[in-house]
Design a binder for this molecule. Sequence first.
Ligand code: MEV
Length: 308
Amino acid sequence: MAKCSAPGKMILFGEHAVVFGKPALGLAIDLRISASVTASSEYTVNERPMKKKHHAYISAALDEAWGGPPINVDTFSQIPSGSGLGSSAAVTVSSVAAMLSSKGRLSQEAVAKKAFSVELKVQGRASPTDTSTSTHGHGVLVSPDEGDGLLWRIEHEGSVWNIHHCEVPEFDFVVGYTGIHASTGPLVAKVKKLADRSAEARTAIDRIGEIVLEGAEALKARDKTGLGRLMNENQVLLNGLGVGHPSLDGLVNAVKPHSYGAKLTGAGGGGSMIALTDDVGSVAEAIRNSGGEPIIVKVGSEGVRRED
Ligand code: MEV
């Protein structure tokens, strides 16, 4: 009936703080997930019976965006699950988009809003950063304030996230995947608990919000040195929020001599780190020598699209 694909993402600045309504900057990457929706005699995923627990995002997407007769959802992923590179967002966005386009016209705003509701339902607490970046592609600046390039606005429980288009220069990033699968929901809950009792954590969250805006300016000015410095500072603050991991620190430290800056990306607790560099080969080698899996990505990829 319809097939759509959506990109994964890396968060350049602002993960976790954005759940508290602070800004964040997400970049779409050139690894995608596709979802195709076909008529079926029962609800299935990749031709197997759909299980609410095992197929949490697709099953929530059905509730949010389908409401029709049974379908089979076939997915194909280039993104390691739990890697911090937006596999949950991309599977949600591509599934929602395939369901909505089977019923009519595809609107990015409708997809982004429904996909955010799905993540919220599955994760408990969430921001629309991952799902809006996967939907729009390119770069996305999420902010409580409205600015140039506004795409849409999402509100939930007192937080307001204005989603803006952001131009992405052709900079080279290398991802270092720790191989450690980390679930976003528990890490987001952990930061909330810490912020509720620690003024220091709340100050760190505020500073991350400022880093995002300084980072957006540095990106516009193509200032790699400035971006790298901000990435390093953001990494220290994320460790202070308890979402780091020794294996992430190992990779971040290993790439330092060959990069402008490096930090974890996404929820942390394992998953992946990213480095901004002019020397992709040396960074990839340093990651491999430290036990990580290097993934060389292009940033600024196209958002959700039909594939049929
Ligand atoms: C996960 O990729 C990003 C977090 O900020 C969670 C969210 O924004 O929903 C940790």
